[in-house]
Design a protein around this ligand. Structure first.
Ligand code: ATP
Ligand code: MG
Length: 214
């Protein structure tokens, strides 16, 4: 693999998992802020395969979500995109994501899993929860409507979880999909290239597939 010791210390890799249907500026600001505050060398965005939490709604094709994530992150030299979850058959579990990245990047890399405050509180309900804290440090970022600390995380190991206030972006993918379905603009909520890609592919026009979920 690649050299993993930078500036005399271990390589620090952020991992931002998500459905990214579509990716929006809330995701990008969160990743950028965590990268700066935790001195990360890179943040890898990992679009999910079949999202088991979201089976009530038809999620866009993995390839569309992957390409949007590539388009949105392409200009940032510290951002990258991984196909591990979309190339793995079956449902996506964070424990598998982290194990695959660990395998790809080797043991000299420290992993920092970045997740919204809404998702963090459910962490112990995730499959393989007992293994998760050996694989990565977890960073729960603030999200408008989900106050940091509102959810009880006292049952999680304190040295393995950090809560971080990031600049508030009241944007969700659900809201973006809804706007497209209602012919409302999504300019400035998502990168320009994402607006254009959504139009080009005709995503989110079918109102039946917009439904709220988290
Ligand atoms: P949906 O509305 O479809 O659930 P979403 O906007 O929540 O989409 P996801 O792909 O589900 O986006 O989110 C991936 C990760 O990014 C999650 O950990 C989520 O908590 C976090 N996240 C999403 N939007 C924001 C935001 N505006 N600010 C901070 N974190 C966010
Ligand atoms: Mg969500």
């Amino acid at each position: 693999g690649l050299a993993r010791v930078h500036n005399g210390r271990r390589y620090r890799l952020g991992v931002m998992g998500g459905t990214f249907d579509p990716i929006h500026h809330g995701h990008l600001v969160a990743a950028s802020e965590v990268a700066a505050r935790f001195d990360l060398d890179e943040v890898v965005f990992v679009p999910t395969g079949v999202p088991w939490q979201k089976k009530g709604r038809k999620v866009s094709q993995a390839e569309d979500r992957y390409l949007m994530t590539v388009i949105a992150t392409a200009s940032n030299p510290s951002f990258s995109v991984s196909r591990v979850d979309i190339d793995r058959p079956g449902d996506t579990y964070t424990v598998d994501t982290l194990k695959d990245l660990r395998r790809e990047r080797g043991n000299d890399v420290d992993l920092f899993f970045i997740t919204g405050a809404d998702a963090l509180s459910q962490i112990l309900t995730w499959r393989g929860a007992d293994e998760l804290f050996d694989l990565a440090h977890f960073i729960g970022v603030s999200r408008p409507g989900v106050p940091l600390g509102a959810k009880d995380i006292s049952h999680l190991p304190a040295e393995k979880v950090t809560l971080l206030e990031v600049p508030a972006m009241a944007i969700s993918s659900t809201d973006c999909r809804q706007r497209v379905g209602e012919n409302m603009p999504i300019w400035y909520l998502v990168p320009d290239g994402i607006v254009q890609y959504i139009n080009k592919r005709g995503l989110y026009r079918d109102i039946r597939n917009i439904a709220e979920d988290h």
